[in-house]
Ligand binder design. Structure first.
Ligand code: ADP
Ligand code: MG
Ligand code: ZN
Length: 611
């Protein structure tokens, strides 16, 4: 931008030079005349030295017989002939001179007087005009700071337009939103019956469940413009910007009725007021207030629907959820097995799959995946297949990619020594064995000692269907399975490694939740302990407010330890009793590195299972 300004100044300087050059050319035709007095002119006339005289206004230009040029001025009030008469000049002599009288008053004055005076003004004005335009163009932020950054998808943008067809699953949500679509399409039908259409719809769901996608699809279905802005975009360094962006956004939208405003990640601005830390706090509140004001400020049947998305409805300011604002809530759940299959179908469009691929099987193996995870999975599978130079994606590519999505890519370069490999094998075998033996654990999908992401090895359990409630017994079984790696290392090698640290951390967290959040400890009874405080702008739990006594804290500590010990002892018991199975799993892992669920189950098939 600086370069541009410098360039402009140079260009203007150049233009100025050229213009003044042209003017000086206009003014000096040929050699330069010398100035003489009027009396000298009379003398020259009397001496018959003059060839011609031209008069324009008061200026008299003289060309002498020898081509020399001179000029002089006369008294402005009288004509030249009268003046000559007054000087008693012989008419004979005058007749010999070629006398021209130019009518200069129009063009002459323009060129010689008016233009030179106003030209600098014109140039200066033009200069400023272009300068400001340049500033706007290049660094438009300076002038457009308060304008909203909303991206608009207009109704006839075929490329970006989405409809409900692009969104799989979330049936209830679509059903609810159909009402909004209907209204935007045919508002009169509703208004005639005196119905008030909700102004604000809040989409609630975990990340990746398709909130943004669904909001766009509503606009696409209704065929109306879509103004999309993210909550975090309102909040800038400068106080007041957010509020003016909100104002501008609503102004823009009202010029394009009917339409949809979509505020993504509403929690970034919509957190409870008066609970913030740091400088952005005032700004956030002002922005939030402005949203509230704007939402109150338009008629319900104007044809403007404000949609917003959040994954944390619990932390939103209560004022946002009041009637007349975001009083509708549409919940987007994680997809179930059927929905997952549908989503996979959408995302395998344009990706050639072999006939053998069963998306149903993939869907069964991806419990807990969100729509975004599934989209990512199909993409990973395509990349994976391409890297192997396949022309079509095989089922194995997709199944392999599941782990990549969950745990990160394989790290083949992570080379373990023989000893380490053996430890990892027993560690994972411990997890797998205990999980297999305990009825509360999900079935084993895969056991592997290939390192992925952070983990040296992994044991993948996955429920057959989604679970919404977990029994205490299941909870404890899972806790046991977590501790089993540590337990196996200890039993087999008589020592433990740092590899179990992550397991222990997880186990402690689980045990603590069991005691303080779920009321599953008989000793402490049916209550919760501790109020979670949040660091507002990070959205993380940083501190826990104690709402219990020191004495209770001690009891919590011992209860957490008790649960962990209980589970740890159980793992020891199982591993000691089934030691030969543990060896079998570990050896097979050392041989094959990865065991799929059927390979793993086969170990238990031969002999009778029992515990
Ligand atoms: P959110 O806003 O809830 O975090 P998005 O709407 O941004 O999630 O979803 C991210 C991506 O995941 C979408 O662009 C889409 O490709 C995919 N996706 C999520 N849910 C679905 C769904 N129900 N149907 C099809 N694709 C989905
Ligand atoms: Mg989103
Ligand atoms: Zn482990």
């Amino acid at each position: 931008m600086r370069n541009n300004i410098v360039k402009n100044i140079l260009i203007f300087g150049l233009i100025f030079l050229i213009v003044s050059g042209v003017f000086s050319l206009l003014k000096t035709p040929g050699n330069k005349p010398t100035k003489i007095s009027f009396n000298q002119l009379i003398a020259e006339i009397n001496a018959e030295q003059i060839k011609n005289i031209s008069v324009s206004d008061n200026r008299i230009d003289i060309t002498l017989g020898d081509e020399r040029k001179q000029f002089t001025y006369k008294d402005s009030s009288e004509g030249l002939t009268t003046v000559f008469k007054n000087y008693n000049i012989d008419q004979e002599k005058l007749n010999k001179i070629d006398l021209q009288i130019k009518n200069t008053s129009d063009r002459g004055i323009w060129l010689s007087v008016v233009l030179p005076t106003i030209l600098p003004f014109i140039l200066i004005m033009a200069f400023f005009f272009f300068m400001t335009r340049q500033l706007r163009g290049a660094g438009n932020q300076v002038f457009k700071f308060g304008e909203s950054q909303a991206r608009e998808i207009s109704a006839d943008d075929k490329k970006k337009k989405l409809t409900f067809k692009n969104v799989a699953g979330v049936k209830e949500a679509k059903q609810e939103l159909l009402e909004i679509v209907e209204f935007l399409k045919r508002p009169k039908k509703f208004i005639a019956l005196g119905a008030k259409i909700p102004k604000g719809v809040l989409l609630v769901g975990q990340p990746g469940t398709g909130k943004t996608l669904l909001a766009r699809a509503v606009a696409g279905e209704a065929n109306v413009p879509f103004f999309h802005i993210s909550g975090s975009e309102f909040v800038e360094m400068f106080v007041g910007v957010g509020a003016s962006r909100v104002r501008d956004l609503f102004k823009k939208a009202k010029r394009n009725l009917p339409c949809i405003i979509f505020i993504d990640e509403l929690d970034a601005v919509g957190r409870q007021r008066g609970a913030g830390l740091g400088g952005s706090h005032d700004e956030r509140e002002q922005t939030l207030n402005q949203i509230l004001v704007e939402m109150d400020g338009f008629e319900p049947n104007l044809g403007l629907v404000v949609m917003a998305a959040t994954n944390r409805p619990d932390i939103l300011d209560k004022a946002l959820l009041r009637p007349g604002r975001f009083d509708r809530r549409t919940i987007l759940d994680l997809p179930d097995v059927h929905d997952r299959e549908e989503i996979l179908k959408i995302h395998s469009e344009g990706k050639p799959l072999t006939e053998k691929v069963s998306l149903k099987k993939v869907a069964e193996r991806t419990v807990g995946f969100s729509g975004a995870d599934l989209a990512n999975l199909m993409n990973e599978a395509a990349i994976f297949a391409a890297r192997k130079n396949k022309t079509r994606i095989e089922e194995i590519d997709i199944l392999e990619s599941i782990e990549r999505v969950i745990l990160g890519p394989e790290r083949k370069s992570h080379i373990l020594s023989e000893k380490e490999k053996k430890i990892v094998a027993y560690h994972e075998a411990g997890h797998a064995l205990v999980a297999h033996e305990l009825p509360g654990c999900d079935p084993i999908r895969k056991v592997s000692i290939i390192s992925r992401g952070q983990a040296a090895g992994y044991t993948l359990k996955m429920p057959e269907t989604e679970k919404y409630l977990i029994f205490k017994a299941e909870y404890l079984d899972n806790l046991s399975a977590l501790l089993a790696g540590y337990s196996a290392e200890n039993i087999v090698f008589g020592d433990v490694t740092t590899g179990a640290s992550n397991d222990l951390q997880e186990a402690t967290k689980l045990a603590k939740k069991l005691v303080t959040e779920y009321g599953m400890s008989a000793k402490l009874g049916t209550r919760t302990f501790g109020l979670k405080e949040e660091l507002i702008f990070l959205g993380r739990e940083i501190s826990e407010q104690k709402d219990y006594s020191e004495k209770t804290a001690e009891v919590i500590d011992t209860e957490v330890s008790n649960f962990i010990n209980l589970c740890y002892n159980k793992t020891k018991e199982i591993i000691q009793k089934k030691r030969e199975k543990l060896d079998e799993i570990a050896n097979l892992l050392l041989e094959k590195e990865s065991l799929e669920s059927d390979e793993f189950e086969a170990i238990f098939k031969e002999k009778n299972k029992g515990y």
